[in-house]
Design a protein around this ligand. Sequence first.
Ligand SMILES: Cc1cc2nc3c(=O)[nH]c(=O)nc-3n(C[C@H](O)[C@H](O)[C@H](O)COP(=O)(O)OP(=O)(O)OC[C@H]3O[C@@H](n4cnc5c(N)ncnc54)[C@H](O)[C@@H]3O)c2cc1C
Length: 322
Amino acid sequence: MSKVLVIAEQRDGRLKKSTFELIGASAAAGNETHVALLGEGITGLAQELAHYGAKKVHIADHAGLKFYTSEAYSKVLFPLIQSLSPSVIMASHTPTGRDLMPRLSAKLNVGLASDCTQLAFEGDQIKVRRPVYAGKATVEVEFLGSGPRMATVRQNALGVPKPDTSKTAEAAPISVDLGKIAAQVTEVVKGTSARPDVTEAAIVISGGRSLKNAENFKILEETADVIGAAVGASRAAVDAGFRPHRDQVGQTGKVVSPSLYIACGISGAIQHLAGMRTSKVIVAINTDSEAPIFQLADYGVVGDLFTIIPLLKEELKKIKEH
Ligand SMILES: Cc1cc2nc3c(=O)[nH]c(=O)nc-3n(C[C@H](O)[C@H](O)[C@H](O)COP(=O)(O)OP(=O)(O)OC[C@H]3O[C@@H](n4cnc5c(N)ncnc54)[C@H](O)[C@@H]3O)c2cc1C
C-alpha cells in the first residue's frame, strides 16, 4: 500500500472526470489516497472526490488560485508534498498537468513519467507504461532512487469508477500564503464551442482534408449531436482552416483516448495515429481501401463519407429513439 497524492483538476467549480479516474485507480489498489484541491470557492467539491475513493482532501481555497498558474499552484503544493511525504504523486495529462508536474518534479528533484496509459502499484512503488515513438511502442518505466514517484496519466486511459455516494473524506484546509507572485492570470476568455472537448468525450468523430471545407463539417457535427460526441480533425483539416486548432488530434494537437473514435476521410498518417491510437474502438471511413488508417481500425468502411455519414446518422437516431 502506498500513500498517493492526486492533484485534482477543476474548472469553474466542476471537477474533471480524469481526476476521478486517478482517485479510483489509486483507491482500487488499496492505497491511502489523498487529494489536493486548489481553486477559489471549491471547498464544497471535496465530498464528490470522496465518492471515488479519496480518503483525505487537502483544500487550498483562495482568491489567488482562481485561475491556474504553475507558480501559484506549486507554491501551495510543494510544502504540502514535503509535509505529507507521499510515495506517488499523480495528475492528469491535461495542459495543466503537463505544465505543473515538470515544475514540481524539478523542485523535488525526482523523476516524472508523463502521458502514462497503465499503472501498477506494487507496495509503495509504482510501475507505469507509456507510449513512445508516436505510439509505435510502449515502454515500462520503473523509478529509481528515493523520493516520490511522479506520473501524469492520459485522460480516459483508466476509466471512471462508479461513484459510491455513501463514502466521505476528511477535509483538511491548507493555509495559503502566495507571497510575491511574478505573473497572474486576470481573465480567461473562453472559446464559443458548446461541444465537449475532444480529450474528455467518450466518443470522438474526426474529419480530415477530404471534408473539403468548414461548412461540410456540419455533417459530422449533426452526427456527433445524436450521440453526444466531440468533433475532432486532422492537421490537414486544421491547416486548411476547416476547424480550430483546439480540435486537432495528433502529435502536434491533442491526444485522445475515447471509447469510440470515428475517423472520417483521414488517411492515418503516423502523426495523426499518435493522437488517437489508444482509443478503445476505432472505426475508419475512407474511399481508399489501402489507407493506413485501416491497419489500426477495428472496423473499416470503404466508401464515400458524404454517403456513409448521413446513413450512419439516421441509424444512430433510430437506435437512440428505441
Ligand atoms: C511534424 C508534424 C506534425 C504533425 N502533426 C499532426 C497532427 O497532430 N495531427 C494530424 O492529423 N496530422 C499531423 N501531421 C500531418 C500528417 O502527416 C498528415 O499530413 C495529416 O494527418 C493528413 O491529414 P488527412 O488524413 O486529413 O489528409 P490526407 O492525408 O490528404 O488524407 C485524406 C484521406 O481522405 C480519404 N478520402 C478522400 N475523399 C474521401 C471521401 N469522400 N470519403 C472518405 N474518404 C475520403 C483519402 O483516401 C485519404 O486517405 C503532422 C505532420 C508533421 C510533419
